[in-house]
Structure formats: C-alpha cells, structure tokens
Design a protein around this ligand. Structure first.
Ligand code: ADP
Ligand code: MG
Length: 215
C-alpha cells in the first residue's frame, strides 16, 4: 500500500502545473472552436498559482487537507473563467474527504478522488452527457472506485481512471453541449472535444504518472 504525504501531494500539484504549461496552447485551441479560447490560459494560471502556493515549505510539510485547501484558494483567486470555481470546489472537497489524516492510504486517495468528481458535479450541476469536464471526471471516478472495491492498488486505480477519462473526453465529440459557454452553439458543438474534458485528462494522467509509480 502506498502512502501519499502532504509533500507528495504538493509535488503532484507542481507536476500538474508543468503539464498545463505544455498543454496550454492545445487547450486554448480546443476552447477556440466551441468556447472563448481561454481554457488553456485559465488552467495554466490556476494550476501554477496552486503549485506555487503548496510548494511553500510550511504548506508542503503540513497535512494533505491543508495542501488541498491552499490549492483550492489559489486556483480560485487566479482564475476568472468557469473552471475556477469548479476546480476550487473539487480541491476543497478532496481536502474535506481526508480531514485529520497525516498520510493518505489507497482508500483515502479513492475517497479524495471521488470527492473531487462529485464536487465538480455539485458545483456545475452538469450531468454526464452534457459535454463538460464531468464527462471525463465521472467515468474516471467510477473506474477508480470499481478497481478500489475489487482490491486493486493505487497504481491500477490510477491507470483505470486515466483510461476512463480518455474515453470519456473522446466521447464528448459526439455530444451536443447543454452546459457552459458552448451550450450556445447547440448542434454546432458536435464533432469537437470539450476542452474541460481534455484538461481533466491532463490532470488525471499526471496523477497516474506521479502517484502511480508505486512510491
Ligand atoms: P469559460 O467557459 O468561462 O471560458 P473555461 O474556458 O475555463 O471557462 O472552461 C470551459 C470548460 O468548463 C468547458 O469545456 C467545460 O468542460 C467546463 N464547464 C463549463 N460549465 C460547466 C458546468 N456547469 N459543469 C461542469 N463543467 C463545466
Ligand atoms: Mg473558455
């Protein structure tokens, strides 16, 4: 069983910020097709603000809840787009789910991930099939929970979640948007991947790389 400390969580936020920096342009291009072309900028700004805040020694040496809460606050302050409150809620919920723990077990990580996905759904009120980031987060959380319930270790849960998120993001191509900015396009949103679902894959993939190495 792996144990995720506050420091490893802080390292994860730093890695996610690096991923967003690399993916920024592609995410803006996706948002340019069905939104306002700022999604990569928003995610990079939010994730780098979160990373800078949680990297501070007093936070990185605190507890996982403090790391999640600090990331949430910084993300929200840095981002004016819809993704701001959605991810701030996700991180706050993850923090609440593991309150009082000094290190996170596989079970705690399963709880934190489920809480993130549910937080995004509660905050944005989107259901699967409405062409949003929920179409990546919800199947990823389901896959993680299934693997965890079957006794799989963290790395296996993470790779199942990644696969499910990728398939979920791909499936948004065939959806008509009914939530968020792209809902205004109606049928014209068909045939394009939702940018928020694409950035969700980036986050989940990075989690798998950083935390799935058995460390
Ligand atoms: P904005 O639309 O304000 O410019 P972003 O570009 O940062 O915000 O994010 C757009 C993404 O946010 C969309 O691709 C979609 O995945 C996600 N999104 C928008 N509204 C919702 C919602 N109500 N629930 C979940 N996700 C949403
Ligand atoms: Mg946008």
């Amino acid at each position: 069983m792996s144990e995720v400390t506050a420091q490893r969580l802080a390292d994860l936020f730093v890695a996610i910020a690096q991923t967003m920096e690399r993916e920024k342009e592609r995410l803006c291009e996706l948002d340019g097709v069905i939104g306002d072309a700022d999604h990569g900028i928003a995610m990079e700004l939010g994730c780098s603000a979160a990373a800078r805040a949680v990297e501070q020694p007093d936070i990185a040496s605190s507890d996982p809840t403090t790391v999640f809460n600090t990331a949430a606050k910084s993300f929200l302050n840095a981002v004016g787009a819809s993704s701001g409150p959605l991810y701030a809620t996700a991180f706050m919920r993850a923090g609440a789910a593991v309150k009082g723990k000094t290190v996170l077990s596989d079970g705690d990580m399963a709880d934190a991930f489920a809480a993130m996905a549910k937080g995004i759904q509660d905050r944005g009120k989107a259901e699967p099939g409405e062409k949003t980031m929920v179409d990546a987060w919800a199947p990823a959380a389901k896959a993680w929970a299934q693997e965890h319930a079957a006794g799989a270790p963290l790395a296996v849960c993470l790779s199942a979640a990644t696969e499910a998120a990728r398939a979920g993001a791909e499936s948004t191509k065939a959806m008509v948007a009914s939530k968020g900015r792209s809902a205004r396009l109606g049928d014209r949103s068909l045939g394009h991947i939702d940018p928020g679902a694409a950035s969700a894959v980036c986050i989940i993939e990075t989690m798998a790389k950083v935390l799935g190495n058995g460390g």
